[in-house]
Design a protein around this ligand. Structure first.
Ligand code: NAD
Ligand code: UGA
Length: 464
């Protein structure tokens, strides 16, 4: 089956970039990305390419090339579903905030709504692709909803999890390590559906990197990949605390172990803790699934990755308070960075939010500068925690458009995101305008500590 019309439900961090790349690489396929969020869709359609809702290096150019040609953004979900032969579901799957599994299980209400809408609208056979990260065996639930419509339409369900990382979404999509497609490989219809999706990716990905499996392996591989990646960060962060006690240096340790080809050098950067919308959510989901099968040891093993990460965030803020003579009350603490990593405007689950929250509890005044995050977003992230009133958050938090203003008269600077531009600042000028002693807490081991100490800063990094 040759696919000529695709629809993607969800125009977020995954749906937007993924579909933009498919549209760019497959000019013969019409790709329509739909979302209920009108503001998001109107920003995807903004004539000024700088206003698209997601900041990713290289994405603007791709959208500019394909938009209006074979890439369309729309709020007309029903029309797009009706017309498409293949429908990607790329909606959010947050951690449940209510009921059974609260705080752990994935909330599948958005997925189910999509399935029901597809079931309601479809008048011809369709391939439905799970792009969202889902608990293993979700495809079964989707299939049961779709198969009970009684209108004779045949559905094939594929799992095609996305492995892109934010900040590098475009290169990750254009040159993926692998593309994973899970489907019903025991039936001819299932195999045809798998082949149809393989053919799309084969327009730019070599076939040896396109892996096909059964649906359950595909679903579980996605959770497993994120768990392994997050576990590496927690492992190196655990060692960073031991380094601080022993005189070892975590950067040297990371280099020494990373040169072992069995361990590998990537993802060994000690930090203030991992953030982002997925690692925590996906591991909690894995913990929940394991518990639901009575696998308590498996659940405990993975939960420890989260416990370690929470500890790393907490000890970073505790250390700031202790170093500043056990009080930060009314002291200005400048935050350089708010996004959960560089080269993205995404702040979901960013460690900066939790560290700011702890310091505001200690009555600090937080001054934020992030090249891609607005004050509105910073305040909304703090309000979302519901730890205090919005007014209280506003009294204690200000965001600046200029890093030098953010750092002026500060008692301390905390580096929370590893933006390249922070290394290029005039640190002598910043030092001259700060309270003394002037402290820097480098949560990303980004800056040159020796050079900063020579200027006069008291510089502290993670794990040394
Ligand atoms: P997101 O919140 O940025 O985007 C999801 C979008 O879906 C939102 O704009 C929302 O309005 C829309 N939506 C929800 N229900 C809808 C409905 N019924 N009809 C139409 N639109 C609807 O989320 P995201 O970061 O793109 O993540 C989506 C999925 O991909 C999640 O399962 C996530 O775990 C997974 N994932 C994310 C990343 C990442 O880097 N962010 C990477 C790999 C996988
Ligand atoms: C991660 C995975 O890398 C993607 O493969 C996956 O598709 C995605 O989650 C997802 O499912 O959402 P992402 O969260 O966008 O991607 O970014 P990462 O580069 O993985 O970083 C996650 C967090 O870990 C960031 O806060 C980052 O600063 C931190 N990190 C990462 C470290 O502290 N140290 C490292 O060595 C690496």
């Amino acid at each position: 089956m040759k696919i000529t019309k695709i629809c993607c439900i969800g125009a977020g961090y995954v749906g937007g970039p993924t579909m933009a790349v498919i549209a760019q690489k497959c000019p013969d396929i019409q790709v329509t990305v739909v979302d209920l969020n009108e503001d998001r869709i109107s920003r995807w359609n903004d004539p000024d390419i700088n206003n698209i809702p997601i900041y990713e290096p290289g994405l603007g150019e791709i959208v500019a090339e394909a938009r209006g040609r074979n890439l369309f953004f729309s709020t007309d979900v029903e029309k797009a579903i009706y017309e498409a032969q293949m429908i990607f579901i790329s909606v959010n799957t947050p951690t449940k905030t209510y009921g059974t599994g609260k705080g752990m299980a994935a909330d599948l209400k958005y997925i189910e709504l999509c399935a029901r809408q597809i079931a309601h609208i479809a008048k011809d056979d369709k391939i439905v692709v799970e792009k969202s990260t889902l608990p293993v065996r979700t495809a079964e639930a989707i299939k049961s909803i779709l198969d009970n419509t009684g209108n004779g339409v045949q559905f094939q369900i594929l799992s095609n999890p996305e492995f892109l990382a934010e900040g590098t979404a475009v290169p990750d999509l254009i040159q993926p390590d692998r593309v994973l497609i899970g489907g019903d490989n025991h039936s001819p219809e299932g195999q045809n559906a798998i082949n149809a999706l393989v053919d799309i990716y084969a327009n730019w990905v070599s076939k040896d990197r396109i892996l096909t499996t059964n649906v359950w392996s595909s679903e579980l591989s996605k959770l497993t990949a994120n768990a392994f990646l997050a576990q590496r960060v927690s492992s190196i962060n655990a060692m960073s605390e031991l380094c601080e006690k022993t005189g070892a240096d975590i950067n040297e340790v990371a280099k020494a172990i990373g040169m072992d080809s069995r361990i590998g050098s990537k993802f060994l950067k000690a930090s203030v803790g991992f953030g982002g919308s997925c690692f925590q959510k996906d591991i909690l989901n894995l913990v929940y699934i394991s518990k639901s099968f009575g696998l308590n040891e498996v659940a405990d093993y993975w939960e420890q990755v989260i416990i370690m990460n929470d500890h790393q965030k907490k000890r970073f803020s505790n250390n700031i308070v202790q170093t500043l003579y056990n009080t930060v009350s009314d002291k200005k603490i400048a935050f350089l960075g708010w996004a959960f990593k560089k080269d993205t405007n995404d702040t979901r689950e960013s460690s900066a939010i939790y560290i700011a929250n702890e310091l505001i509890n200690e009555q600090a005044k937080i001054a934020v500068y992030d090249p891609k995050v607005s004050e509105k977003q910073v305040l909304s992230d703090l309000d979302y925690l519901e730890t205090r009133s919005p007014e209280h958050n506003r009294e204690n938090t200000t965001a600046f458009k200029n890093p030098y203003e953010a750092c002026k008269d500060a008692h301390a600077i905390a580096i929370l995101t590893e933006w390249d531009e922070f290394t290029t600042y005039d640190w002598k000028k910043i030092y001259d305008n700060m309270q003394k002693p002037a402290f820097i807490f480098d949560g990303r081991n980004l800056l040159n500590g020796k050079a900063l100490a020579e200027i006069g800063f008291v510089y502290q990094a993670i794990g040394s």
